[in-house]
Design a protein around this ligand. Structure first.
Ligand code: NAD
Ligand code: MG
Length: 388
């Protein structure tokens, strides 16, 4: 089993951890392509080390620097968004690791699925926005979607080998983020710096803010809906501050399975890349005696409104999750830039959902239209909302 990988978003948190795995298992993996948005320096360093056939930089202003940095190595250097699709569908690629952040991940991931490539999916926004189109296309082309998200990896591990229709419900665990115990009155004042301090995981800034608002768990409910074919009411969320149980499955006979491990994304990345096999790793093992106790709490939907908004968008269906995602991306960026307060993130999402007309057209054009309209609406909300 040797896989040639295209790692889309190789300079990010998931991308760099994927490359660390590649370097540990040279017999199992090689790198066919690497892509990034603008970090040409890291991309050059990665390409010099892993020698892919092709590298792509999204932001064209960095093309010259990348080309010069890789001159004479026989590596094809491309720039621009269309080139992401080119590497995602290349004949020389077995598995596409979709590790870009946000809506920008949709096009190349959809192209990979349409070309029948196996996809190790970290970019949950792809399924949130276009779950219907992606899963339908995958069922036609035979493209295998393997979740990298730790909760979905846990669910996949729990249901592996179980009979169809034996799942009663699934329970996604959430750490609760940095504001799990912050009183409602104080949330209004939290700063980007405080929100970026996640207690258990070190991740890119967008998903870290999503974890602080619990939108991340809302996006994961939608992701689970498409990956496992379960309706919204069969997908529960429970706060588990230790992040040792990565998620659970309740079966029809009353039995429950949980998948446990240290909070370390390298584990679900390896599982997605070697599924259904398991390899030997030296990753840290949980010591239950040291951890002592595993605790659980009900999520507070008053303080973390984004979770309810995501559930409402999933129930409404059609383009609503796409609108939710676009509004959230714009609002998170505004919060990080100090243009919007923390509670304004859910405010923007609610505003955009209220102003979005339901459309059930599951096409790339329709998703792009909803995304663009929702971004304008979110921007409008931010410009007229005083920052608290
Ligand atoms: P990150 O911000 O660390 O990295 C993002 C990568 O995407 C970078 O390589 C960047 O160059 C690239 N990128 C950014 N904007 C782009 C654009 N417009 N077009 C193309 N490429 C672009 O993000 P991350 O934390 O690695 O997260 C990546 C994805 O994985 C997200 O969808 C996130 O929700 C998901 N995920 C991450 C973790 C984690 O632990 N980091 C866990 C679960 C799921
Ligand atoms: Mg997750």
């Amino acid at each position: 089993m040797h896989k040639r990988l295209a790692i889309l978003g190789s300079t990010g948190s998931i991308g760099t951890q994927t490359l660390e795995i590649v370097s540990r298992y040279p017999d199992l993996f090689s790198v066919a392509a690497l892509t990034a948005w603008s970090n040409a320096d890291l991309l050059i360093e990665q390409a010099r080390r892993f020698r892919p056939s092709t590298v792509v930089i999204g932001h064209e202003a960095h093309y010259g620097r990348l080309r010069d940095g890789l001159a004479g190595l026989g590596i094809e250097v491309l720039a621009g968004r269309d080139a992401f699709d080119t590497v995602a569908t290349s004949e020389g690629v077995d598995t596409v690791v979709a590790a870009m952040v946000g809506f920008a991940g949709l096009r190349p991931t959809a192209a990979a699925v349409a070309a029948g490539r196996e996809v190790a999916l970290a970019n949950k926004e792809t399924l949130v926005v276009a779950g219907e189109m992606i899963t339908k296309t995958a069922s036609v082309t035979g493209s295998r979607l393997l979740p990298v998200d730790s909760e979905h990896s846990a669910i996949m591990q729990c249901i592996n080998g179980e009979p169809e229709n034996s799942v009663e419900r699934i329970i996604l665990t959430a750490s609760g983020g940095p504001f799990r115990n912050t009183p409602a009155g104080k949330l209004i004042h939290v700063s980007p710096g405080e929100a970026l301090r996640h207690p258990n995981w070190s991740m890119g800034s967008k998903i870290t803010i999503d974890s602080a608002t619990m939108m991340n768990k809302g996006l994961e409910v939608i992701e689970a809906h498409w990956l496992f074919g379960l309706t919204e009411e069969k997908i529960d969320v429970i706060i588990h501050p230790q992040s040792i149980i990565h998620s659970m499955v309740q079966f029809t006979d009353g039995s429950m399975k949980a998948q446990m491990g240290m909070p370390d994304m390298r584990m679900p990345i390896i599982y997605a890349l070697t599924y259904p096999e398991r390899v030997v790793t030296d990753l840290p093992r949980p010591s239950l005696l040291e951890i002592g106790s595993l605790t659980f709490e009900e999520p507070d939907l008053q303080r973390f409104r984004s979770l309810s908004l995501a559930r409402a968008a999933l129930t409404a269906g059609g383009n609503m999750p796409c609108a939710l995602n676009a509004a959230n991306e714009v609002a998170v960026a505004a919060f990080l830039q100090g243009r919007l307060g923390f509670l304004g993130i859910a405010g923007a999402v609610e505003y955009v959902l209220e102003k979005t007309m339901l459309s059930t057209e599951a096409s790339m054009t329709a998703y792009e239209e909803t995304d663009s309209r929702s971004r304008s609406l979110a921007t409008e909300y931010i410009s007229k909302t005083p920052k608290q």
